[in-house]
Design a protein around this ligand. Structure first.
Ligand code: GLA
Length: 360
């Protein structure tokens, strides 16, 4: 990975004032539950985004990114669909906090593949906040950084995302999963399995049309809660489902309600070191995303099928879906064999990274 300081120095011909980074995340179980005030179980990965920056005084943003290239804009200009929208959002919310800025030189380097379901945008938001806050003398709690990151997504990027990615990127530690309650943002960190590995395997297909479909799922689940007369699907249970007449909305609700139950159980299994039962829940979660929530893809399904047939403990798509990555749980002793079988049978797939307890 190119170092953002190097990128900064090379492009701007002077040294940045601050450098900070934030990691991507993988969700082990609990998909599309966060914006329904439910439960998730993510952890961070070793892939990261690094940001170097210095303030300017001419109300311009000048940016260079190893992934998206160079860009310049007026700080107060309108959103334009480029990555500078993240900086516009950042400036907007810092001003709301009472800390206006007068421009920024910024270099971004990242090795989190974009559109893979590993949360490259949350890592960008959190790394920008971590780099900028000390420069302007602002102290923010991790939760507050996460909330600002989410607001940037909602109002400057256009995804009506939940809070999982930003909380994980700002709060999680290596080797631990966060059991996060997305209603009150309380979490408990629990060590991941000893002697087991979570392999993050890319399907080879980038997420497609995700924002539109993502926001559509959000609307469908909100409608489901309305039909059930509850404030969010967090408060739903499977006995209520017959109250929903629309078959699509019913399936969406069933996914969220059963997925919340799976996360609660998975958390207990992780605590009790029961990788077998944890893996079974991962498989069930994938089925639910495939059939009820309809966010999988042929490439993702193929990986899950192969993973299952060659002896993984569990496998599922991870993140928003519609392409991107899978997460596959295997005992360390079988990990290489399972990986090779998947790579041989799914021609476009590739290993992105692995997570195990001995990580950093
Ligand atoms: C994306 C969103 C998250 C979450 C997941 C699906 O990563 O940013 O808030 O909703 O999709 O679980």
């Amino acid at each position: 990975m190119i170092n953002s300081q190097y990128l900064f120095q090379h492009y701007f011909q002077y040294s940045p004032k601050t450098v900070a980074e934030a990691h991507g995340r993988v969700n082990l179980i609990g998909e599309h539950t966060d914006y329904n005030n439910g439960f998730v179980l993510p952890t961070i990965v070793d892939l990261k985004t690094q940001v170097s920056l210095s303030l300017r005084s001419d109300y311009k943003i000048v940016g260079i990114s190893n992934e998206f290239g160079k860009n310049t804009a007026d700080l107060n200009s309108k959103k334009d669909g480029t990555w500078l929208d993240f900086i516009r959002g950042l400036a907007f919310y810092l001003k709301e906090e009472g800390y206006p800025i007068s421009g920024l030189d910024v270099a971004v380097s990242s090795n989190i593949p974009v559109g893979s379901g590993l949360s490259s945008s949350a890592a960008l938001e959190i790394s920008l906040l971590r780099a900028l806050c000390p420069l302007i003398g602002l102290k923010l709690e991790d939760n507050k950084m996460a909330k600002i990151g989410q607001l940037i997504e909602h109002h400057f990027v256009g995804t009506q995302c939940g809070i999982m990615d930003q909380i994980t990127s700002s709060c999680a530690k290596f080797g631990q999963a966060l059991y996060l309650d997305c209603e009150n943002l309380s979490f408990e960190a629990v060590p991941i399995f000893l002697d087991h590995t979570f392999m993050i395997i890319h399907s080879g297909a980038k997420r497609k049309l995700s924002e539109g479909k993502y926001n559509e799922r959000k609307k469908e689940t909100e409608l489901a809660a309305k039909y059930l007369n509850i404030t969010s699907l967090r408060y739903g249970n499977t006995n209520m489902l017959s109250m929903i007449k629309d078959p699509i909305i019913l399936r969406r609700a069933r996914h969220v309600i059963t997925e919340n139950d799976r996360v609660k159980k998975a958390f207990q299994y992780l605590k009790n070191n029961n990788s077998k039962s944890f893996g079974e829940l991962m498989n069930e979660s994938h089925e639910s995303m495939k059939k009820d929530f309809e966010i999988s893809s042929p490439e993702l399904n193929h990986i899950i099928k192969i993973a299952y047939s060659v002896g993984s403990l569990g496998a599922r798509l991870t993140g928003a879906g519609f392409g991107g990555c899978t997460v596959v749980l295997a005992p360390n002793s079988k990990c290489e064999y399972i990986l090779q079988q998947i790579l041989n049978n799914c021609p476009n797939s590739y290993l992105v990274t692995k997570i195990s307890r001995n990580d950093k």
